[in-house]
Design a protein around this ligand. Structure first.
Ligand code: BGC
Length: 759
């Protein structure tokens, strides 16, 4: 396609109209130039291709397809290769169905357990989210099908999602919310980015130049298409100017006319429109010119793959007295509606019309087990049904072990609204309580998109978190419960003891049209660790049927510059009797005392497969970003000189080994010396200190004369208070030895030293 030539030949109207969709799922064709329309589809964990009636909320039917585990589950795999494989399968399905681009992955941070759409999102940690999103993008795009990473940016709740302003300071945005997108966009290069509905610091993201152009394109080098979320456009012309190329689903020509009008009256340069058209045409061409010649997809094979993926995702949270794996000779009660009709996906635009669903009852069928089923509750409504409970209690009584399949009903978490609390339905909590009265060997299997409170956590012997595990979740549950597969999922988020512990509590979902992210960078484990709070299950936690042992943590150097890289390695052994997979997590813990930092932050992870008795060495390479925080004074990542602990372990609360490394910054922070600069700045700097020696002497002298030193103020107190006092204090406390002129001389001399250093 000669894109430049085509643009030259297109009329203004044609160009404007290409910048919005023909309908819900198609771009527009440009007949005069032989440009075809292309089709997009939700996403993210399978195809929701609507061929009859369109909508963006999952109300109308879509084609029969395969529902893979949702991101809440796939994140728990901590496995890039696995997610890439899932991406390849989805990409292949898209090719077969003529879909140019799948609308996902969704990488928004799980800021609060209450966000209704958390099931579609990966994690509370931006590094984990961006790494796995990148893997999915690579997988899909390897089939020459595009992705649309979404929802850019800071869309972390459903409440008033089209109008609310997420009010976030720059450091937090960079370290948490932008970071979830950054790695995936820079490295995996999604064909498209979907901007979110909300406003960010007051401005609609769909017309926010700072994010859509300055950061996304100028800083991160993004070259693809930016499309709107469905209906996210506020002012179309402002959006186009800010970098929003494509409006979806379209506005029946209304906004196209706004664009042509703006070009005609000179308020929008035509070059801006041409730029958007060029990006859209490149996207169309990218798909059209590499379409698969013999597209085909095998539903059954993908169904099986969905089950295999889920097996790597489910997290064994608790296993007391080896209650799991189940003994195939035991009589087992399978209790709960989800044993027959599992909840395996969430509601809304990601809802897939599964061609088949395998429950755990289906999976166990015909395999010679003695299983008694009892429904236990009705998931349609949260009403206590005593008859269902008593039948379940009877089944549990007659069995050696009871497995309760519990979780959140569809109405409890969905796109479009947030959760009201973090509890399971009362009818399920009561069911678990009643079963526990007659059956001490009770295991709970959970189906949910984000954390739930567990009032029965100390009484049950086992807990398996399967999240929303896709349409073949039953096979995965069967294989995990009976020990055919060793659980290897790890929590991609903290499970707090109760909702009130969560850092966003007082600012979720905000008031009116503003939500202030007051907890700053202290999201998830960054907060719980800083506050040394007990949690139900920590970030990164997950058990196995075998035991792993760590040894030999090595770092390549003990002293580095922030421009160097550091090699870290550790040996991990499987010292149990069953093969399994361990996820080795690398955290960096800043020991510096400048800016407030989280206690530790995830900077690397590797999942390794280990046969019984096997040892492997796991290696990581980390660089500047692993040590840095975002310094708003220089608008850049900055590493404070000082010590950092390199921690390796199997969860954020189970650090096995740690090694101290000293990092020296090569960047010099600009400093403007004024009368408000503190003495501390001078006292900590040998060169500057000399300049204020007489000042310090005088300051100390004042204190000595006025009070009996030893009684009123110790040397430590004096030094501490001096360090935070501004230079101008010397006028008042210097007993007339200092005037403004002398102070100015000191300031000028100090500034000269600083400027010389800055070069
Ligand atoms: C959702 C998007 C989705 C789009 C199309 C919107 O309501 O926020 O995630 O891709 O609809 O269905």
């Amino acid at each position: 396609m000669d894109i430049k030539k085509i643009i030259k030949n297109m009329t203004l109207e044609e160009k404007a109209s290409l910048c919005s969709g023909r309908d819900f799922w198609h771009t527009k064709a440009v007949k005069s130039q032989n440009i075809p329309e292309i089709e997009v589809s939700d996403g993210p964990h399978g195809l929701r291709r609507q061929t009859l009636k369109d909508d963006h909320l999952g109300n109308s039917e879509s084609i029969k397809a395969v529902c893979f585990p949702a991101a809440c589950a796939t994140a728990a795999s901590f496995d890039r290769e696995l997610i890439r494989k899932m991406g390849k399968a989805i990409g292949n399905e898209c090719q077969a169905e003529g879909i140019s681009t799948i609308l996902g992955p969704a990488v928004n941070i799980k800021r609060s357990p209450l966000c209704g759409r958390n099931f579609e999102y990966f994690s509370e940690d931006p590094y984990l989210a961006t790494e796995l999103a990148g893997a999915l993008i690579r997988g899909v795009q390897s089939k020459n099908v595009g992705t649309s990473i979404k929802h850019f940016l800071a869309n972390n709740q459903e409440y008033r999602r089209l109008t609310t302003s997420s009010d976030i300071d720059e450091r937090t945005l960079r370290e948490i919310y932008l970071a979830a997108f950054e790695g995936a966009i820079r490295d995996a290069k999604p064909w498209t980015v979907m901007c979110s509905y909300n406003r960010l610091n007051g401005v609609h993201v769909s017309e926010n130049k700072r994010y859509l152009t300055t950061i996304l394109r100028d800083e991160w080098g993004y070259e693809g298409v930016v499309m709107s979320d469905w209906g996210a456009v506020n002012h179309r012309v402002a959006g186009l100017d800010a970098g929003l190329d494509l409006e979806m689903p379209g506005s029946y020509g209304v906004n196209d006319r706004e664009i042509t009008e703006a070009v005609r009256n000179g308020s929008l340069p035509e070059a801006v429109l041409n730029r958007a058209v060029e990006r859209i045409l490149k996207w169309v061409d990218q798909y059209e010119s590499h379409k698969s010649k013999s597209p085909a997809w095998d539903k059954e094979a993908d169904h099986e793959l969905a089950g295999k993926i889920e097996e790597e995702c489910a997290v064994l949270l608790k296993n007391e007295g080896g209650v799991l794996p189940l003994d195939k000779n035991d009589t087992i009660a399978f209790i709960g509606k989800f044993a027959k009709a599992p909840r395996f996906q969430g509601g809304g635009s990601s809802h897939i019309n599964s061609f088949k669903v395998t429950s755990v009852m289906d999976a166990a069928h015909g395999k010679g087990h003695d299983i008694i089923y009892a429904q236990g509750y009705d998931d349609g409504k949260d009403e206590i049904d005593r008859t269902l409970i008593s039948k379940a209690v009877n089944a549990a009584k007659k069995s050696d072990v009871a497995v309760i399949f519990a979780g959140l009903p569809d109405s409890f978490e969905s796109e479009g609204y947030d959760r009201r609390h973090m509890r399971l339905p009362d009818c399920q909590n009561l069911l678990i309580e009643e079963v526990l009265k007659v059956q001490p060997n009770t295991v709970v299997v959970l189906h949910n998109g984000s954390p739930v409170e567990m009032p029965w956590v100390n009484e049950v012997k086992g807990i398996l978190e399967v999240y929303l595990g896709g349409q073949n979740v039953g096979t995965a549950e069967y294989n995990l419960l009976f020990g055919k597969t060793n659980p290897s999922g790890r929590l991609p988020e903290t499970f707090p003891l109760k909702m009130e512990d969560n850092p966003s509590l007082l600012n979720f979902p905000g008031s009116g049209d503003h939500v202030v992210y007051a907890e700053g960078v202290f999201v998830g484990y960054r907060y719980y660790d800083y506050k040394k709070m007990d949690v139900l299950f920590p970030f990164g936690h997950g058990l196995s049927y075998t035991t792993y042992k760590y040894a030999n943590l090595k770092v390549s150097k003990r002293k580095i510059k922030d421009t160097d890289t550091l090699e870290v390695s550790v040996d991990v052994s499987n010292i149990g009797r069953m093969a399994g997979k361990e996820t080795v997590q690398l955290y960096v813990s800043a020991q510096t005392d400048g800016v407030q930092r989280p206690v530790r932050e995830l900077r690397g992870f590797e999942k390794v497969s280990l046969k019984a008795g096997e040892t492997k060495t796991v290696s990581f390479t980390i660089g500047k970003r692993a040590f840095a925080y975002y310094n708003t004074e220089i608008s850049d990542w900055y590493v404070e000189s000082g010590d950092y602990n390199i921690e390796v372990g199997s969860s954020s609360r189970n650090i096995q080994f740690s090694k101290k490394v000293s990092v020296e910054s090569t960047a010099v922070l600009p400093l403007k010396i004024t009368e408000d600069t503190t003495f501390g700045v001078f006292m900590d700097d040998p060169e500057l200190q000399k300049l204020i020696k007489p000042v310090l002497d005088s300051y100390g002298h004042v204190h000595e004369k006025k009070e009996t030193k030893s009684e009123a103020i110790s040397d430590e107190m004096q030094e501490a208070s001096q360090k935070t006092s501004p230079l101008r204090c010397v006028i008042g406390f210097g007993e007339g030895d200092f005037d403004h002129e002398r102070l100015r001389q000191i300031i000028t001399a100090a500034q000269k030293i600083i400027d010389k250093r800055m070069g």
